[in-house]
Design a protein around this ligand. Structure first.
Ligand code: URA
Length: 252
């Protein structure tokens, strides 16, 4: 094997840790050796300080300064800005545009983490890591999601309090973690809501229940992942910090 070529684990032996870290984008092999020497790297929660350590990048949990690093070359973690009008599905029997159309060129079999309504825009995480996708979407991990909603106003003073205390929907109470009035001009009221549940149309239903039907809805964050200035229809890999934050959130 050429020194720069992909290295497969020797039978039972793994790949040198500094090489795996360098391949994951943490710097040159020398820089990665320095991280190891400085005691900043753990493998399966065990601190490594010597240079001889070999690892299995597909299965070992490798962290630098507690930040989990994705070392499995086959796993991808992507943020999509889902445009309005796209169905959250990989294909649609009725022929509507789907999220699948936006990732059609990719070789991996991607899962979308949770769903956005067809009319909702914004951040959708896509991955081929089934365990992470499952945990992120599971209510028990209480992953906070932030939405920006344009609603019909004017906004009554007690709306935030009512949403935080809980409003009755036909499938049970919904409580938001936070509510903020972002803008309230003559013909436009923008509010931001953070909540950690994923029932169908939950934000639209909650806002309608307090008298403010939604005109436009955008998801701007999922846990530590933010939409920022990402354009509709664009896909980007999660940053190392975002990915480490997501793993931490769901205990991986
Ligand atoms: N709540 C909604 O009403 N719609 C979404 O797409 C997501 C949350």
């Amino acid at each position: 094997m050429s020194p720069s070529g992909p290295e497969r684990p020797a039978e039972g032996g793994g790949i040198r840790l500094q090489k795996v870290l360098a391949a994951a984008g943490l710097g040159s092999r020398r820089a990665c050796e320095e991280l190891i020497e400085a005691g900043r790297v753990t493998v399966n929660d065990e601190r490594v300080t010597g240079q001889g350590r070999r690892v299995h990048p597909e299965t070992d949990v490798i962290r630098v300064d507690t930040m989990r690093i994705n070392t499995a070359p086959g796993l991808v973690y992507l943020a999509l800005n889902k445009p309005r009008g796209y169905v959250t599905a990989m294909s649609d029997p009725e022929g509507r545009p789907t999220v699948g159309d936006l990732v059609a060129g990719r070789a991996e079999r991607l899962f979308h983490v949770g769903r956005l309504d067809a009319e909702t825009e914004g951040l959708l995480i896509l991955t081929n890591d089934g365990e992470l996708a499952h945990r992120l979407a599971h209510p028990s991990y209480e992953v906070p999601k932030t939405y920006l909603a344009e609603v019909l106003g004017p906004i009554a003073r007690d709306v935030g309090r009512r949403l935080r205390e809980g409003v009755e929907l036909d499938d049970g109470i919904v409580r938001v973690d936070s509510f903020r009035l972002i803008d309230s001009s003559a013909n436009r009221v923008m509010v931001e809501i953070v909540l950690h549940e994923g029932r169908k149309h939950v934000v639209r239903r909650a806002l309608t229940a307090v008298g403010h039907p939604v005109q436009r809805l955008v998801r701007t964050s999922v846990g530590p992942v933010h939409l920022g200035s990402q354009k509709p229809g664009r896909l980007r890999p999660l940053s190392r910090e975002e990915l480490a934050g997501v793993f931490a959130l769901v205990g991986m």
